[in-house]
Design a protein around this ligand. Structure first.
Ligand code: KIV
Length: 262
């Protein structure tokens, strides 16, 4: 995908949208050659690449650095950039300054966490010509309020609140909405009643598309095994094996060989 207008086309024709997170140049260069539809430079970068326990440490500077690196490798796909903790709660000028930095580093759109309270700001950003993706359900920037990373929308009231928020975000002009860790039947209800696509993570199979964290898909994250995650590679095992082979060759003076020497 090269443009957000394709999100709508995919939903209309019933083609699921595949998304993956990415934080750096070399993995962006690999993703660029795959069939994956679009990429998110998520604020999960704070956890996956910088070792923080949650996404609260991500800020505009950290995001801008990673957006710029991903953009250099991702020449053929849509790049969506996450708004970090509180960047959308410090007033319109702060938000628009962040949008400007992200777009100038190569983002094609931004993603903002939250429901009705952020709808007016989303409208303002969309009216400024910037596509916005919403994010409902488990919104990791609010984990201190939510009490952790658990499933959201399990009670009827909570489900209705997320449903109403989804409608508000669509009205505010979001071109798509991420639904994170909510019951599958709620995701189905939202997806059916919106005209814009939904992108699920831990939200079942009835969303218009799926997103996962790259390192989770490749089996590169330690001690992270949520029910929703399918690993397509045992990356940790493969990398450990490769590095141990290199170490063994060095120790046994098998590397470098004469062919690998000048
Ligand atoms: O930051 C992130 O990686 C995300 C996705 C999991 C949706 O927001």
């Amino acid at each position: 995908m090269k443009s957000i207008t394709e999100f709508q086309k995919y939903k209309q024709s019933g083609i699921p949208i595949s998304m993956i997170t990415c934080y750096d140049y070399w993995s962006a260069s690999i993703i660029n050659k795959t069939d994956i539809d679009a990429v998110l430079v998520g604020d999960s970068v704070a956890m996956v690449m910088h070792g923080y326990k949650d996404t609260i440490a991500a800020d505009v500077r950290m995001m801008a650095l990673h957006i710029s690196a991903v953009h250099k490798g991702l020449t053929d796909k849509l790049l969506i950039a996450d708004f970090p903790f509180l960047a959308h709660r410090k007033g319109k000028k702060y938000a628009l300054d962040a949008v400007e930095i992200f777009m100038k580093q190569g983002a094609n759109a931004v993603k903002i966490e939250g429901g009705s309270p952020v709808a007016d700001l989303i409208r303002y950003i969309v009216d400024s010509g910037i596509p916005v993706m919403g994010h409902l359900g488990l919104t990791p920037q609010s984990i201190n309020l939510l009490g952790g990373f658990q499933i959201q929308g399990s009670s009827k009231e909570a489900a209705d609140r997320i449903f109403t928020d989804a409608k508000r975000l669509e009205d505010a002009g979001c071109f798509a909405i991420v639904l994170e860790k909510i019951p599958s039947n709620l995701a189905k209800r939202i997806t059916k009643s919106l005209s814009v696509p939904t992108i699920g993570i831990g939200a079942g199979k009835h969303t218009s598309g799926q997103i996962l964290v790259l390192q989770d898909v490749l089996g590169l994250t330690m001690n992270f095994n949520p029910k929703y995650l399918r690993k397509y590679l045992n990356g940790i095992e493969l990398i450990t094996k490769a590095l141990n082979s290199y170490n063994a060759d060095v120790k046994k003076k098998k590397f470098p060989s004469s062919k690998e020497s000048y």
